[in-house]
Design a protein around this ligand. Structure first.
Ligand SMILES: [Zn+2]
Ligand SMILES: [Zn+2]
Length: 344
């Protein structure tokens, strides 16, 4: 009887499928400051595809992919005191040293000393057990379905941080969200609407319109060419969440009113953008690089979710044995939310 299982990326690129391994050996033990989780579910994120494609030169292989895991703590390493055995926890993107300048400011997702980056530098959540530094985990709500709890950090956490913590969203503002049908985008639409903003959702495909209106979008702009900044939207937006990247960046910048803010989190293509500095200066625009949610951001997201549940889109839940297929389905696109993997 196998004791645990995992999926492994043995080589970057798409020629070698992810391996699925059943391990009939003792469970791994957590080291100092670490905990072991019995993983309930792990989301398959677009970043997993970037990791796999080898776009990061520091990508480690072989490695267990996945940075969107939720589970129960099943063992504590020496000095691990934040959680207890049985607690439900979920992963953030990486650990935090607690002592660098960013950590001292509470900006733990910008930690300069963190090295435990799930799926890139350390084994991640495509597994039935996961060893994680406790600083890379946050307390997950016990009452949330596992697939939703798994993906909450990378979707709603990211959107919350970029709109609220970094973007300083205020009620009554006009907020633009690009890639609004994606994981971060659809979360951004819901958060901005919940906090009293007038939300303009930009998508490439008209079929997402009704769904986005049901999530709270006041206006849905369908623009396959990325030209939406030239029309009536130009100069009308207080705060933009750029969840796509280079293909929409120039238009998003044009939509900002004088003094407008833009937070960039999407980076779907490796292409560079060009920036008209005169436009930036004369209009007094702010462009901010988005970053991952901290434990404090997640506390606020969970509180909002508790007050009135967000719609967390999950396309399907598959067993870990189909991890390779799950990444290929995500890569092919057209899904209505995440594919989430579960052990067994
Ligand atoms: Zn993710
Ligand atoms: Zn740090």
């Amino acid at each position: 009887m196998p004791r645990h299982e995992r999926a492994v990326l043995t080589a970057t690129g798409w020629d070698t499928p992810l391996a699925h391994e059943l391990l009939d050996e003792a469970l791994p033990e957590p080291g100092p400051g670490e905990v072991r989780l019995d993983v309930e579910a792990c989301g398959v994120c677009h970043r997993d595809l970037i990791d796999r494609s080898g776009r990061f030169p520091f990508q480690r292989v072989p490695i267990v992919p996945g940075h969107e895991a939720v589970g129960r703590v099943s063992a504590l390493g020496a000095g691990a005191t934040t959680f207890r055995v049985g607690d439900r926890v979920a992963t953030m993107h990486r650990d935090a040293c607690g002592v660098c300048t960013s950590c001292q400011r509470g900006e733990t997702s910008l930690c300069e000393g963190a090295a435990h980056v799930f799926g890139i530098l350390a084994d991640g959540g495509y597994a039935s057990v996961l060893i994680a530094p406790e600083s890379a985990l946050y307390p997950a709500p016990a009452d949330l379905p596992a697939p939703e709890a798994a993906v909450l950090h990378c979707t709603f956490g990211t959107a919350y941080r970029d709109l609220v913590t970094l973007g300083h969203l205020r009620a009554g503002e006009r907020v633009l969200v690009t890639g609004a049908n994606g994981g971060v985008g659809s979360a951004g639409v819901q958060i901005a609407a919940r906090l009293g903003a007038e939300v303009v959702a930009v998508v490439r495909d008209a079929r997402h319109g009704d769904w986005l209106r049901s999530l709270g979008a006041h206006e849905v702009v369908v623009d396959a060419a990325g030209d939406f900044g030239r029309g009536a939207l130009g100069g009308s937006i207080d705060l933009a969440l750029e969840a796509v990247g280079e293909p929409t960046f120039a238009s998003t910048l044009r939509t900002l009113r004088v003094g407008g803010r833009l937070t960039v989190v999407g980076n779907v293509t490796p292409a560079r953008v060009s920036l008209n500095l005169g436009f930036l200066i004369t209009r007094g625009l702010t462009v901010t690089g988005g970053s991952g949610a901290t434990r404090r951001d997640m506390r606020e997201v969970v509180a909002l979710h508790r007050t009135r549940a967000f719609s967390v889109p999950i396309d399907r839940v598959w067993p870990l044995a189909r991890a390779d297929e799950a990444q290929r389905a995500t890569r092919a696109g057209g899904l209505a939310g995440r594919v989430v993997l579960v052990a067994g």
